[in-house]
Design a protein around this ligand. Structure first.
Ligand SMILES: *[C@@H]1O[C@H](CO)[C@@H](O)[C@H](O)[C@H]1NC(C)=O
Ligand SMILES: *[C@@H]1O[C@H](CO)[C@@H](O)[C@H](O)[C@H]1NC(C)=O
Ligand SMILES: *[C@@H]1O[C@H](CO)[C@@H](O)[C@H](O)[C@H]1NC(C)=O
Ligand SMILES: [Cu+2]
Length: 721
């Protein structure tokens, strides 16, 4: 009670100041507002202000109705108005007979057009790229938003199907219950038919016998007594179903002796926890009394510190970053770094060849739509208090738009790290020198929940020019039922395909790969890829030293020369440079990709899943820019054979020197589950960097001011009323 009065008192003292502050903030006079802020911070007015407790109500973070949105930039996603126009065209095209829209997105204007466009210019013609299915055929269409003109592209040479729609999934989930055999085997296993959920898993592709039908393999779970039904698999039942007809094609009914794992201890919800809690009694938060340092102009153009980029949600990739440019403090000019970057495909092969498991080799972006599965973020826990959110407008399977709110969050991060520092001891200089600068970055985040698994996808921009691309895995490991409850029951040589995590539950070994498309344009589109090889050189008696490490640079001439498998004892750096532009001292300007998450696939290259996801054959690839080569696992990844993949494009071995090139990076994790992953796994992360190399003339964050005590707010937890 006393605390509350204390805060109220401060609120009154500071309220006058606050009003003054708001008046000042409305004028572009950063110096005077900063002075006022200092006074207020010491009085903690910010700490009790409504703005701190409710998030800054800026235009970008207010829930907003998108019905009248208009595009401002050539790369802005299609608006509701535009999608409705395209929807009409599609409907009339199929003459109101049955069709399904699998994807309806902006068709990016040609790169030259976007590069030439300046704010204030008229927008280039708005076009939609539509993937639809009707009468058992895939359609790839370009639709003029205003003209209604339709161009159909021939895709008859590409195998596979577009990603399943939410409608497809919803409809097919009830298909097993039409089978009397299915009902019987469920009841025989002691499971109540009212507590069964069947999830549609993509079947992969294992030979031509599976062609000609769009299939799913449903696996069923007992939902009784837990929200975490994934821990209660009804092992050995796979219901192979035709998505188009909902007809059960085959029922695999094995492993009847395996019991359904118990529900106890599987629920992860707060309400289901009993026992002592780990308590962090003192809350930790990041305070930004003056609001964020970034602005989002015209809904999609993000400007922060020395960075500027276009950000849009995409139903397949999730987050698309375009036109990323960094301000050069030496010249005051923005410089191009990356034309476009996004997660192009995923590959998650489970390592169990048995009948109910062998097909589990998911390509989540191409089979399910990575962005489509990104649900609303949970403020304060998915993203910090100082985050702002961006909504997505996606198309439903009839082609009508809907809003996915809070799909992406954008926030500044101060994690207590240093951007650079040095201390010089007074032994050498008269007076000790201590210089340190805080590292502050900007994070763009999305979380895709692919049924059981959650992928937290971050793009983190640093003011020293570095871009950190991070994937965090959490959520629920897909498990296999077993009759074992203790390892002492398992024969020494018996293959479990995983780890016994709990009674009757095996966490099956698997991998996760995420391939990134990175169209680097370092100071322009014509770039080269350089292998900066580090090798051992011998001094041959010319020095007391026997050997040293030497740098040997080789420019890759063709695509095959840029198929890179990382080697720990034969290392290289990998640079994308602009050979036509040099620094003052004569080095070509560049960026390097700094690998991490380097798990490499151990599957046979001719194994069907590996062929389909052959982008995991190398960690780094470089291809010649081609607008239609975006999806590393193929345009139609679902049941694809693997003839439209990054490997196939790269094997054309086109010239890549001093031309427009695309860098591809495959981030990988091997995952041998452990007991800590039960019943829900603690987050594990890995990320790689795009880092400037001889891009700037000098340390680009030299002229960053340090923090001083008075500038930072000191707040207590928000007072509840
Ligand atoms: C199977 O069980 C479900 C749920 O009780 C029921 O709705 C359905 O009609 C049953 N199917 C058959 C073929 O009996
Ligand atoms: C540098 O590397 C290239 C390609 O591996 C090799 O052919 C060449 O001999 C190397 N040069 C030196 C000086 O080591
Ligand atoms: C561009 O990519 C498409 C799809 O892979 C291919 O058919 C076409 O030949 C490519 N064009 C060039 C010039 O490589
Ligand atoms: Cu995993």
């Amino acid at each position: 009670m006393e605390g509350k009065n204390f805060f109220r008192c401060f609120f009154f003292i500071c309220s006058v100041l606050l009003i003054t502050l708001f008046t000042i903030f409305n004028f572009p006079n950063p110096i005077s507002s900063k002075v006022e802020l200092l006074q207020c911070a010491t009085n903690s007015a910010w700490c009790t202000s409504k703005n701190r407790i409710l998030r800054h109500p800026t235009a970008a973070s207010l829930p907003h109705d998108h019905t009248s949105d208009v595009p401002h930039h050539p790369l802005d996603p299609l608006t509701i108005i535009e999608m409705n126009k395209v929807h009409k065209v599609i409907k009339s095209l199929f003459e109101n007979s049955a069709y399904a829209v699998h994807s309806l997105i902006l068709e990016d204007p040609d790169k030259e057009v976007v590069l030439k466009w300046k704010k204030g210019d008229a927008l280039p013609e708005r076009k939609a790229s539509v993937i639809a299915r009707a009468s058992g055929k895939n359609y790839l269409l370009t639709v003029g938003v205003e003209s209604g003109e339709v161009v159909e592209h021939d895709t008859s040479h590409i195998s596979g199907y577009p990603y399943v729609t939410l409608d497809d999934m919803q409809k097919v989930m009830s298909a097993p219950f039409a089978s009397a055999h299915f009902n019987r085997t469920i009841v025989e296993r002691g499971v109540d038919l009212n507590h069964v959920a069947c999830l549609p898993f993509s079947p992969g592709w294992y030979g031509e016998a599976e062609d000609g039908r769009r299939l799913v393999k449903l696996e069923c779970f007992n939902t009784e007594g837990t929200a975490n039904f994934y821990m209660r698999p009804i092992e050995g039942i796979i219901v192979v179903t035709d998505i188009d007809t909902n007809e059960v094609v085959e029922l695999v009914d094995k492993s009847k002796h395996i019991p359904i794992p118990k529900a106890a201890g599987t629920d992860y919800r707060l309400s289901a926890q009993n026992g002592p809690m780990i308590k962090l009694a003192n809350p930790v938060s990041m305070e930004q009394p003056n609001g964020p340092n970034f602005v989002i102009e015209d809904e999609h153009l993000v400007k922060w510190a020395n960075w500027e980029f276009h950000l849009r949600p995409d139903p397949r990739a999730g987050v698309m970053i375009s036109r990323a440019k960094v301000l050069d403090m030496e010249t005051g000019l923005f410089r191009n770094v990356m034309y476009q970057g996004f997660s192009s495909e995923l590959f998650v092969p489970y390592m169990n060849p048995e009948e109910a498991w062998y097909f589990k080799t998911y390509m989540d972006a191409g089979e399910y739509g990575f962005g489509l599965q990104a649900l609303a973020l949970e403020p304060l826990n998915d993203c910090p208090r100082n985050a702002q959110y961006m909504d997505a407008v996606f198309a439903a399977s009839d082609g009508t738009p809907y809003v996915r709110s809070n799909m992406i969050c954008i926030f500044e991060r101060y994690a207590g790290d240093t951007a650079w520092r040095h201390t010089e001891s007074p032994v050498v200089v008269d007076k000790e020198i201590r210089e340190a600068r805080p590292k502050i970055s900007l994070v763009v985040r999305m979380v895709a929940s692919l049924a059981n698994y959650d992928y937290v996808m971050d793009w983190e921009f640093h003011s020293d020019g570095l871009i950190h691309i991070k994937v965090s895995l959490t959520g629920i490991v897909i498990v296999k039922g077993t009759s074992y409850v203790n390892m002492n029951q398992v024969n020494q040589n018996e293959e479990l395909y995983g780890t016994l995590l709990s009674d009757n539950i095996i966490g099956v070994v698997h991998d996760h790969y995420v391939n990134y498309y990175l169209d680097m344009d370092i100071d322009g589109s014509d770039n080269s890829f350089v292998n900066v090889h580090l090798q051992r050189e011998y001094t041959k008696g010319k020095s007391p030293r026997k050997s040293y490490m030497k740098v040997n640079k080789t420019v890759a001439k063709t695509e095959k020369e840029a198929q890179i498998k990382l080697k720990l004892y034969d290392p290289s750096e990998f640079h994308v440079i602009n050979p036509n532009k040099r620094t003052k001292v004569g080095n070509p300007v560049g960026y390097k990709v700094v690998p991490a998450g380097t798990a490499a696939s151990l599957l046979d290259p001719e194994d069907p899943p590996q062929k389909r996801s052959s982008f995991t054959n190398n960690q780094i690839w470089v291809t010649r820019y081609n607008k239609s080569e975006q999806w590393a696992g193929g345009l139609f990844a679902y049941q694809s054979h693997g003839e439209d993949t990054l490997q196939v494009w790269s094997d054309r071995d086109r010239p890549i020197e001093n031309t427009d090139i695309v860098l591809w990076y495959t981030l990988g994790f091997h995952h041998v589950p452990c007991q800590e992953d039960f019943p829900i796994m603690p987050t594990i992360s890995s990320g790689f960097d795009l880092k400037p190399v001889n891009f700037f003339e000098r340390n680009p964050v030299l002229r960053v001011a340090p923090y001083v005590e008075n500038e930072l707010p000191v707040c207590k937890a928000a007072v509840s009323s």
